[in-house]
Ligand binder design. Structure first.
Ligand SMILES: NC(=O)c1ccc[n+]([C@@H]2O[C@H](COP(=O)([O-])OP(=O)(O)OC[C@H]3O[C@@H](n4cnc5c(N)ncnc54)[C@H](OP(=O)(O)O)[C@@H]3O)[C@@H](O)[C@H]2O)c1
Length: 223
């Protein structure tokens, strides 16, 4: 499968690339194609050092080319840039493309980590992204509650749940399968896209717990 990562030069993008390159063709996207190529080369070397030979590969391109080519497109970009990036890219994706949003509307204030959508009365990420999609049902929100620090270390053993929300069950299945490919992660489906706010608010919750209780990159596991 061709998995494109918009903002693939960031921490989450690196983690996804390293975790999925064993089986899939990963295309790192950036506003700057040169930066994407250099990140893709760096991740490929890391993957070779970790796994030896892999079936997939990691390439780099500008964001628009990545959007056009991908079968699964991950939006690994900051919340404030949703409008500028999605308005440009999402009209270019194929009808079959499943879009994954891990985007957290979060800010740090003097109180702690807070949710931008609640504090500033702005849309949650799922709603902000779907506005730009022809087929809104192909948007799946996931990966809000796993730290990049855990994903970028492929030898680290994981034991976490990943909440998944989306309206189209075929798209949800594609994302569940990708989650299951990462050893130690379990997809937990919560319901349709309108419930995405529940997951998006989990990240500031986790980060406040982390800071106040001196925990390291906490995650969530339902027992
Ligand atoms: N980090 C985590 O542990 C974590 C955990 C859960 C969810 N998330 C969510 O996952 C998403 C990605 O997180 P991240 O930490 O990987 O993000 P990041 O490193 O801050 O940014 C990712 C990429 O987005 C692009 N970008 C940055 N500023 C931009 C701008 N002004 N306009 C357009 N593109 C811009 C950059 O790519 P180019 O400059 O190459 O274009 C950058 O490498 C975020 O929405 C975050 O809330 C993160």
């Amino acid at each position: 499968m061709k998995i494109g990562i918009i903002g693939g030069t960031g921490g989450m993008g690196k983690g996804f690339a390293l975790r999925w390159c064993k089986k899939h063709e990963i295309i790192i996207g950036s506003r700057d194609a040169e930066r994407a190529i250099s990140a893709a080369n760096e991740y490929s070397d890391l993957a070779k050092d970790t796994y030896g030979n892999v079936d997939g590969k990691i390439l780099g391109r500008d964001n628009i080319s990545v959007a056009k080519e991908s079968q699964v497109l991950i939006l690994a970009i900051p919340y404030p840039n949703i409008d500028s990036i999605c308005s440009q890219l999402l009209p270019e994706i194929s009808n079959e493309c499943v879009v994954i949003s891990p985007i957290v509307p979060m800010t740090k204030t003097d109180v702690g980590f807070e949710c931008i959508s609640i504090k500033e009365n702005k849309p949650f990420s799922h709603q902000a992204v779907e506005k730009y999609m022809n087929d809104k049902t192909k948007l799946v929100s996931a990966f809000h509650v796993i730290s990049e620090k855990k994903l970028i270390n492929p030898t680290l053993s994981l034991d976490y749940d990943i909440f998944v929300v989306g309206d189209d069950m075929n798209s949800v299945k594609v994302v569940n399968d990708l989650i299951n490919e990462i050893e130690g992660l379990r997809p937990i489906y919560l319901g349709g896209g309108k419930l995405s706010y529940l997951v998006e608010m989990c990240t500031p919750l986790l980060l406040n717990a982390m800071i106040r209780n001196k925990m390291k990159n906490p995650g969530i596991k339902i027992i």
